[in-house]
Ligand binder design. Structure first.
Ligand SMILES: [Cu+2]
Length: 326
């Protein structure tokens, strides 16, 4: 992994030289990711290069982010590059020996005054050490220059870098995932957290369906508001928090970019036709009676492991004693 990062660290072509201008850094969302989880990683590009628009964004995917799959963006040409892995790994019974190590979105036009997000999906290797960051070097290209977010601090170094590579911190996985990596380091467990998640369910999918919804009741027993900001499900490559709303006589679905707020003392119900989590790019159909393992990510409570019990196709909540809220 370190080899690949070194290779990716290109010289700086353009950085903020004025002592007055402090450019917002390119960052990753989320800031933390659990070992073995499937994670959507979003690269946030907050501005162009010295006032110029951004026309290409290149992301070097480190080896510990397995099976990287980029999200296409309308108006941008997507290209991926593969390289052999220094160490093969097993995924769903198959040995994987090469992976996507570079993703480029090009041919777009992101004005300096705007910001945008470039996303990819990856599985966080359990071999990445918990408590340490993984760096994802990013190069922004503009018509007359580049901004290279590729600097990686030496281990233990505290000095601020001009143009740091964005990073995601690896955390030990919460219980309920592929492997048990110990409980102590997990940000939150189901019982320790002020967030209670109940009646977690999904529905069987018709053949060929590539998406499915997940539903549950979330109660915040704490004193601070929290937000459901994302998660992962074993069965899908992409996991999003959605809402469905009547708009101009139509039901419209949209991703909640800043998550779903759960106010202190409140219960929010995720149900068909309303808030839900969305499994996108399903790897296999969901059958009635299946149990889909997943992970919810809360802004404050951290990771919460859940199991979605699959009810009948198009059916209502399978759990007995389901209360119809509001
Ligand atoms: Cu949806």
């Amino acid at each position: 992994m370190s080899l690949l990062l070194l290779r990716a660290a290109a010289p700086l072509v353009l950085v903020a030289t004025s002592s007055i201008t402090v450019l917002a850094h390119t960052t990753l969302e989320p800031r933390e990711a659990a070992q073995n989880s499937y994670q959507k990683i979003v690269v946030r590009v907050p501005h162009g290069c010295k006032g110029e628009p951004t026309t290409a964004v290149r992301v070097d995917v480190p080896e510990g982010l397995l099976g990287a799959k980029p999200m296409p963006k309308p108006g941008w040409t997507l290209e991926t590059q593969k390289a052999p892995l220094s160490k093969p790994y097993t995924s769903h019974g198959r040995e994987i020996t090469e992976g996507v190590n570079r993703i480029t979105w090009s041919g777009g036009n992101l004005p300096d005054a705007h910001y945008d997000e470039f996303a990819f999906m990856a599985q966080i290797s359990g071999a990445l050490p918990a408590g340490k960051p993984v760096y994802v070097p990013v190069i922004q290209t503009c018509p007359n220059g580049q901004a290279a977010w590729t600097q990686i601090p030496a281990e233990g170094a505290s000095s601020k870098l001009d143009s740091p590579a964005p990073a995601v911190r690896i955390v030990a996985q919460a219980k309920g995932g592929h492997e048990h990596a110990g409980h102590g380091a997990a940000p939150a467990g189901v019982t320790a957290s002020p967030i209670k998640v109940e009646q977690v369910w999904t529905r069987a999918t018709p053949g060929g369906a590539k998406v499915a919804g997940g539903f549950m009741r979330i109660t915040n027993t704490g004193k601070e508001a929290d937000r459901l900001i994302g998660g992962s499900a074993e069965i899908a490559n992409i996991f999003e928090v959605h809402e469905m709303k009547h708009e101009g006589g139509m039901m419209k679905m949209r991703a909640l970019e800043s998550g779903l707020e759960i106010k202190p003392g409140e219960t929010v119900e995720l149900k068909p036709g309303s808030y839900h989590v969305m499994f996108i790019d399903l790897k296999a159909p969901i059958k009635e009676g299946d149990v889909v393992k997943g992970m919810l990510k809360f802004e404050k409570a951290g990771m919460v492991a859940v199991e979605f019990k699959a009810g009948a196709m198009g059916g209502a909540a399978p759990a007995a004693g389901h209360k119809h809220g509001h």
